[in-house]
Unconditional design. Structure first.
Length: 228
């Protein structure tokens, strides 16, 4: 009887263990955005700036130690520049995720962000405050608050920027769970590749309080196109 019990236990426990997701993962994140100015304005010095712009974005992510395609996203939003310190961004994002081979998840995200930015001669600070409502299939909907603080230090040659190293930290608060659920710390460089193309290259460390994986090591590439 004991041998039969042991045999049944091994048969049922092994498949379950094989489906467990890893506690950590290494991923590759690739993002792109296309920005088209719609309305231009002038500041008090007569300098032109983009008052209203439409932004199209897309994302592809590879996980399972960069061996599987796990996540894709497309979105659209509007940047509304209130003044040189404040930008408002209402946006919509659709996400399709494949965390495991036999499971897919879908969600729509309705977002609103207020970004404060201050530039000095040698560095700049940017503070993005974002609220997003997540409409999810087969799971409870949720609302999150995300705060991302970015410190940037441009490297100049004469008066021309060569590239800009930066540090950023983003914290997540889930109103359903009533707790801070995630932290993302990143370090990278931003470089203007052409007149209309900017590239960000970075490393990101993500820590999650619950779920799997609990921690991510991410190599990221972000390309930003601005149309005239």
């Amino acid at each position: 009887m004991n041998l039969k019990f042991l045999f049944l236990f091994l048969c049922f426990s092994c498949p379950i263990a094989a489906q467990n997701l890893p506690e950590t993962d290494t991923q590759l994140w690739t993002d792109f955005s296309v920005t088209k100015p719609l309305v231009r304005g002038q500041d008090k010095n007569g300098k032109e700036f983009d008052r209203v712009s439409v932004v199209f974005s897309g994302t592809m992510r590879f996980g399972n130690h960069i061996q599987a395609f796990i996540d894709q996203r497309v979105g659209v939003g509007f940047d509304l520049k209130v003044n040189r310190f404040l930008t408002l961004t209402p946006a919509y994002l659709y996400r399709s995720e494949r965390p495991t081979l036999n499971r897919r998840q879908y969600e729509s995200r309705f977002r609103f962000a207020a970004t404060l930015e201050k530039k000095w001669i040698r560095f700049s600070l940017k503070d993005r405050n974002l609220i997003e409502y997540r409409l999810r299939n087969s799971r409870a909907d949720s609302t999150r608050y995300r705060n991302r603080l970015t410190f940037s230090y441009p490297i100049l040659k004469g008066k021309k920027e060569i590239f800009a190293p930066y540090l950023a930290d983003e914290i997540f608060y889930d109103f359903s769970a009533r707790q801070w659920t995630r932290n993302e710390f990143s370090a990278g460089i931003s470089r203007k590749l052409t007149k209309n193309l900017t590239g960000d290259f970075y490393y990101l460390r993500q820590q999650n309080r619950s779920g799997t994986p609990r921690a991510l090591n991410v190599i990221g590439i972000s390309l930003k196109i601005k149309l005239d």
